[in-house]
Design a protein around this ligand. Structure first.
Ligand code: GDP
Ligand code: IMO
Ligand code: MG
Length: 456
């Protein structure tokens, strides 16, 4: 027997919002802006390395683990299984929101998410410090052709992300959220894991007396008790929502060029930050995702190490850094700044199948006499419009620029046709090059400083 069409639940709508550059594109602002059209906002990757700012009526809120849709009461905010969760960081974030009177009762935490423990943060920091002074590669007469030696650090956020994902893959030394609710098993896992971690950390030069496994256990257990009401099988919860025709908004953390498989490896984070991470990180198959909003800023930034062909370590870079307040939301580090890299952007649009784009911080480069955009690289004497996610090859890339005229202040514009002609030219140039429409334009951090072509 066939079911009559009218008995079918409405087709659910799943939208993903992903960063197309090296992070900090303004994903938090976009998520907050479009959340009203959805029933749940879902994080699928990363951990407290993310820093998503939402500015509401001039007040700035920084989120690291909690989805940026939390400011809309009645919506579910889901931390999926692909996220690595530092319970202390999550509880701090919950307390900070509660102190501002924000209702967090819609938060759900996957019982299968992996837990960041103190030794993960210790290992992250200790490895980074050790890599800063790595011995030279090759000999003095015959140095490595790839450089090497000196500073080989990644410039991580030191939030324990890499070590936690490593343990997830290693399996025997990982704790998942569900384990926080099983005292005996939790004690056993923590004791066993410390047996492995202690000598490893000691070998790296870490003072292991700083970690007491009994305290780790007590804290983890206490955190589990506080988090208990929100811990659930989020996979079933998401599929139940889909079956009843509800719409989901997936919130990317970190960004495409930091994707562990498709970013500028090894200068990446440890998860799949592109849309490719959504199915594994939530249990929702990719076929449900019919709309992908790619978020990028009018220029480029990068925090941490790694190749950055369009980087500007000059007055232009400083001008953009100061106007864009380009200092990390999570670590406060000054962000590296450069011109918009259209080669990288087109790669990211392709990888995510971005159906539409959000152009952020367009107000920031205003006042510059001209703007450059990178439209190709020259690598070893050959011109290419292909992005290379291989860091060593990308480091050889010399950007080929197109120069476009600058434009004056645009912070008061609320419609595309209020933007100066030169600014519209910049937008159209990008759309043509990457082959995707720019539907949202942001000219300031506040919700109101946004213009959308299509209603989200
Ligand atoms: P995310 O990690 O992608 O969510 O981005 P971050 O929040 O780390 O960084 C983006 C920064 O830019 C935040 O401080 C936002 O408040 C700010 N921002 C977002 N959109 C705009 C905009 O259009 N103009 C300006 N000037 N700032 C913006
Ligand atoms: P949001 O979500 C910018 C960078 C770090 C470092 C590299 C690896 O706010 O856009 P990790 O701590 O993840 O092992 O660090 O990745 N990184 C980010 N840079 N924004 C982020 O998140 C980032 N998340 C990770 O700076 O270079
Ligand atoms: Mg950020």
């Amino acid at each position: 027997m066939t079911t009559p069409a009218h008995a079918q639940p409405p087709t659910p709508r799943c939208t993903a919002v992903v960063g197309l550059q090296w992070g900090d594109e303004g994903k938090g602002k976009i998520i907050d802006l479009i959340t009203p059209a959805f029933d749940a906002v879902v994080r699928y990757n990363g951990g407290a390395n993310a820093g998503h700012s939402v500015v509401i009526k001039g007040v700035r809120h920084a989120l690291h683990l909690i989805p940026s849709g939390i400011f809309h009461p009645g919506k579910k905010a889901v931390i999926g299984n692909g996220v690595v969760v530092d319970p202390d960081a999550l509880l701090r974030e919950l307390d900070a929101l509660a102190a501002k009177g924000i209702d967090t009762s819609g938060l759900r935490l996957s019982d299968r998410a992996h837990v960041v423990l103190p030794w993960h943060k210790a290992e992250d920091e200790t490895r980074e410090n050790a890599l800063k002074t790595a011995p030279p590669v090759g000999t003095e007469d015959e140095p490595s052709p790839h450089g090497g030696g000196g500073d080989r650090s990644i410039g991580t956020t030191k939030r324990g992300i890499g070590p936690t994902y490593s343990d997830k893959a290693a399996r025997s030394t990982s704790v998942r959220v569900a384990d926080l609710l099983r005292p005996e098993l939790l004690r056993d896992k923590i004791t066993t894991t410390w047996r492995f971690k202690k000598p490893t950390l000691a070998a790296l030069g870490y003072d292991t007396s700083q970690i007491n496994p009994d305290t780790v256990y007590d804290n983890a257990l206490a955190a589990g008790q506080r988090l208990r009401p929100m811990i659930t099988d989020t996979l079933y919860e998401l599929h139940d929502l889909l079956r009843s025709g509800r719409s989901l908004l997936f919130e990317g953390a970190n960004a495409t060029l930091l994707d562990v498989d498709h970013g500028t490896y090894p200068f990446v984070t440890s998860s799949n930050c592109s849309v490719l991470g959504i199915p594994a990180g939530t249990g929702v198959p990719g076929k449900h995702i019919t709309d992908v909003v790619g978020v990028f800023k009018a220029y480029s930034t990068r925090v941490g190490s790694g190749p950055f062909p369009t980087e500007q370590t000059n007055e232009t870079g400083n001008y953009i850094r100061e106007r864009g307040r380009e200092y990390g939301t999570t670590t406060g580090r000054p962000r590296r700044v450069g011109w918009l890299d259209l080669v990288a952007l087109r790669y990211a649009v392709m990888l995510n199948a971005a159906s539409r784009l959000a152009l952020m911080l367009l107000d920031v480069p205003a006042g510059l006499p001209e703007l450059k955009v990178c439209t190709a690289y020259e690598i070893e004497g050959r011109r290419t419009e292909r992005f290379s996610p291989d860091a060593d090859r990308l480091a050889l890339g010399r950007p080929v620029y197109e120069t476009l005229p600058g434009f004056p202040d645009i912070t008061a514009a609320r419609h595309r046709d209020e933007l100066p002609e030169q600014c519209r030219r910049y937008i159209e140039f990008i759309e043509r090059y990457v082959g995707a429409p720019i539907d949202i334009i942001s000219v300031g951090p506040d919700r109101e400083q946004t213009m959308a072509r299509a209603q989200t």
